[in-house]
Design a protein around this ligand. Structure first.
Ligand code: ZN
Length: 334
């Protein structure tokens, strides 16, 4: 019984493969952040080692040990924190070589060794090359699961050796229903979280569990609102600050840009009277007031600049320049 919600296509593909004994040596689990990739990776590891009649049963010893993260044959490779507390940027070639050595051993306690690489796009060039060597001669009884929100950053030769599974956000209504039926959230709360998460259940559940996350989000949105009224010098200082962070916390900076996009799209929707389509429903009153202060064409133009800036950042073009150009394009209040 698979518990990953809303990813029927990916789950059905895996069920067919496992039932027919045709599992791949490597899967690429691709999709936006907090959409269920890590959950599906864990469930696949369970299904491959489950002792129950309908894997993954979630009740047998292997399923439980994998859920608890203590199964000897299921290993996650990620960006490591070093001894001094600093976080490395990459998954290194040494980490991948270590994996290459360990997978030549038989499984310790289960039937199948599962190596989860998350985020797989954090493998640097050398690490990807080393990984490719392992994939070219896949050891028996080993399945690699590459988890990533940005599959385009993986080398084509790596991608082509993996079976790709695309995970997508749920429709908002389906996400809200799941939050009520499976996690017992009150309907109104479920509705707001489903909308804010844009159908990413992982995000909705994290926000439900962590009041601080919602508070920080609201603060970030108010900051976006205020930024449009700041002086050029202040905006450039912000661009500089974000560009500096981009080297170390790429995902966090891209999330900030996503939030900007969300806010200004909502301003545009509020201006057009499309209340039911706005994402930040809990801030609808503020959005309506803001909508009256900006020229819709300027807002639309900023949203295009935002998409362009995002592309430039993905392509690793000078981040400071990309962000400065973007902040010059902020709409001006009337
Ligand atoms: Zn089981």
């Amino acid at each position: 019984m698979w518990q990953t919600m809303g990813q029927e296509r990916a789950v059905a593909a895996l069920q067919r493969a496992l039932a027919g004994g045709r599992r791949a040596h490597a899967y690429l689990l691709a999709g936006p952040p907090q959409v269920g990739k890590a959950t599906l990776a864990r469930e696949l590891a369970q299904a491959l080692n489950c002792d129950g009649t309908e894997p993954p049963c979630h009740e047998c010893t292997p399923c439980r040990r994998i859920a608890a993260g203590i199964h000897a044959d299921v290993q996650t490779v990620t960006v490591e924190a070093s001894g001094d507390g600093a976080v490395h940027k990459d998954i290194s070639i040494d980490q991948i070589r270590e994996i290459g050595r360990s997978v030549s051993l038989r499984p310790f306690e289960g039937r199948c060794r599962v190596i989860i690489i998350d985020p797989a796009d954090a493998m640097n060039e050398a690490a990807q090359n080393a990984f490719l060597k392992t994939l070219e001669e896949p050891p028996p009884d080993v399945v690699f699961l590459l988890v990533t929100a940005r599959p385009q950053l993986l080398r084509a030769t790596v991608r082509s050796r993996c079976q790709r599974l695309d995970l997508r956000p749920l429709p908002v209504a389906a996400a809200a229903r799941a939050l009520v039926e499976r996690w017992g959230l009150p309907e109104q709360r479920a509705e707001v979280l489903a909308r804010l998460s844009r159908g990413r259940l992982g995000w909705a559940l994290a926000a439900q569990a962590d009041e601080e996350m919602m508070r920080a989000r609201r603060e970030a949105l108010m900051d976006i609102r205020n930024l449009a009224q700041r002086s050029l010098a202040e905006r450039f200082a912000r661009a500089n600050d974000l560009a500096g962070r981009f080297g170390r916390q790429r995902e966090a900076v891209l999330e900030v840009l996503d939030l900007w996009g969300q806010w200004w799209r909502d301003v545009l929707l509020a201006a057009a009277g499309c209340q039911e389509a706005i994402t930040n429903v809990d801030l609808a009153d503020i959005l309506r007031a803001e909508a009256g202060r900006y020229d819709a064409r300027q807002v639309a133009s900023f949203l295009r600049s935002l998409a362009a800036a995002r592309r430039r950042l993905e392509e690793n073009v000078n981040p400071r320049l990309a962000l400065e150009v973007l902040l010059l394009d902020l709409p001006a209040p009337r």
